[in-house]
Write a protein that binds this ligand. Structure first.
Ligand code: GDP
Ligand code: GDP
Length: 435
């Protein structure tokens, strides 16, 4: 699971600058979830091969009287969501009483944090750092966010303390299909979770174990075991206080990463909105099995239905491998059919693939449509074998493989999907040079 890092500190210490530095190399992942994240911005970042999520909080002074409470609340939620906190201070401004208040605050909440002394450009670093010893933090780094100085080595050391955890919640059944139910607020996730669990043929096991993230609920249906990853927190014992806490992007991203198959719930009354597209983008990037559920299909007029279907066709072409179901979680219509697609996506995503079959398909694809010439020499693709599951990864060996165009890679991915009759999962093809 990806570690989550929150940036906190007084206004103007350089949080946004650092956020931009860290996320620059990546496409913006989760943009504006309006209303819910007023002062939180989420991005996905990568150092080497280690991905992490970074949250930019609007600002928290630690001085409860001096700040907008709503803003503080938002920052506190972000701190709770995070695995590590980077507490930024300004080397130019020196130690500020608000920094001390914030340090106390973080200690009270028992959060492990790192002190990041920013804006050390043009300053004597050890002198700049010594100013902040009074905060009593051992883990201290000097950086210049706007120049990128010290940023990489700092983040590497921070991440080294948070090795990605094994995604194995206690309640989880062996051999079960992990299904995450995700979607924007109010699309009907809670209603759907209750519906799925309330079905006659479903046997729900133990009380779900609570984790900080989502609720994991084990059950069995027609001899198949499932673990439902409930991001809506339906079965959480304590009622959650705030809607901002009920819906959490981090929780959603983690649920997607931890699932075999994601059911992305959308609201027919609202059509496809940007936030749906962002979540979909993350599902695809994570390579998870995918089932689309357009909910609240009850009460949608016939012409509206046609319009929604054509919108989906037009805008979801890049996810056309996913089954789409039009359901009513409220009335239970279509809900049983979701299982068929979930099972099919799981089977495709985890199927064992033989070197023989993969190589035969490769030969057919190359025969139908050979790869291009590069500097007068044809790219030669010789054989293929399986490289991983969920998503299925197919490794193709040959000559000049570094020069295979992206369009040809996509062509092979499509051929494999078609020939192997994969449903509900993306397929990835990678190339390796040599025999
Ligand atoms: P935030 O309010 O904490 O998000 O702070 P910003 O990222 O908006 O930065 C506040 C100001 O500090 C901006 O004018 C930045 O250009 C400046 N700044 C940020 N990082 C550095 C740095 O490493 N060195 C210097 N000299 N200025 C910086
Ligand atoms: P969540 O925030 O995604 O968990 O959404 P909820 O399950 O709490 O549902 C939000 C609202 O939509 C509630 O008022 C539900 O009763 C309503 N709702 C959920 N599913 C359906 C449905 O299939 N049809 C209709 N008409 N309303 C629904």
């Amino acid at each position: 699971m990806i570690p989550v890092i929150a940036l906190v500190g007084r206004p103007n210490v350089g949080k946004s600058t650092l956020f931009n530095q860290l996320t620059r190399s990546r496409d913006a992942l989760v943009a504006d979830f309006s209303g819910l994240t007023r002062d939180r911005k989420y991005g996905e970042a990568k150092v080497g091969s280690q991905a992490f999520v970074v949250i930019d909080t609007g600002g928290i002074s630690g001085d409860e009287e001096g700040i907008d409470e709503q803003m503080a609340e938002q920052s506190l939620v972000a701190i709770e969501e995070s695995d590590a906190v980077l507490f930024l201070v300004d080397a130019r401004a020196g130690l500020n009483p608000a920094d001390q208040a914030l340090a106390r605050h973080l200690r009270q909440r028992n959060k492990s944090f790192f002190l990041i002394v920013n804006k050390i450009d043009g300053l004597n670093e050890s002198l700049a750092l010594s100013d902040f010893y009074a905060l009593g933090v051992d883990k201290m780094f000097g950086i210049a966010a706007s120049h990128g100085r010290g940023v990489n080595s700092m983040i590497e050391q921070v991440l080294a303390e948070f090795p990605p955890q094994e995604a194995r919640p206690e309640a989880q059944l062996y051999d079960s299909i992990r299904v995450a139910i995700v979607g924007r607020p109010n699309v009907g996730k809670s209603t759907l979770v209750n519906r799925l669990l309330g079905e006659e043929r479903v046997v729900v096991y133990d009380e779900p174990g609570t984790t900080r993230d989502s609720i994991y609920i084990d059950f069995e249906r027609n001899d198949q075991k499932y673990t439902l990853i409930d991001t809506a927190g339906v079965r959480r014992r304590k009622n959650v206080r705030l809607s901002v806490e009920k819906f959490s992007i981090v929780k959603t991203l983690k649920a997607i990463d931890d699932a075999h198959v994601v059911v992305l719930v959308m609201d027919a009354h609202e059509g496809l909105v940007d936030q749906d597209m962002h979540l979909l983008g993350h599902c695809i990037e994570a390579g998870r099995g995918l089932v689309l559920a357009v909910n609240k299909w009850d009460g949608v007029e016939a012409d509206q239905r046609d319009w929604i279907k054509s919108e989906l066709n037009r805008r979801l072409q890049f996810a056309d491998y996913a089954d789409t179901h039009f359901i009513s979680a409220l009335h239970g219509t279509g809900v049983g059919h979701l299982y068929k697609s979930i099972d099919a996506a799981y089977d495709s995503a985890t199927r064992k693939l033989s070197t023989n079959a993969l190589t035969r398909i490769l030969e057919g694809a190359v025969f139908d449509h050979p790869p291009p010439m590069i500097n007068g020499r044809r790219i030669k693709l010789r054989y293929a074998h399986a490289g991983g599951q969920n998503p299925p990864l197919i490794i193709v060996h040959g000559n000049q493989t570094g020069k295979v165009p992206a369009s040809y890679q996509r062509y092979l991915e499509n051929v494999y999907r078609r020939e192997l009759k994969f449903v509900g999962t993306p397929v990835r093809v990678e190339f390796r040079a040599g025999e």
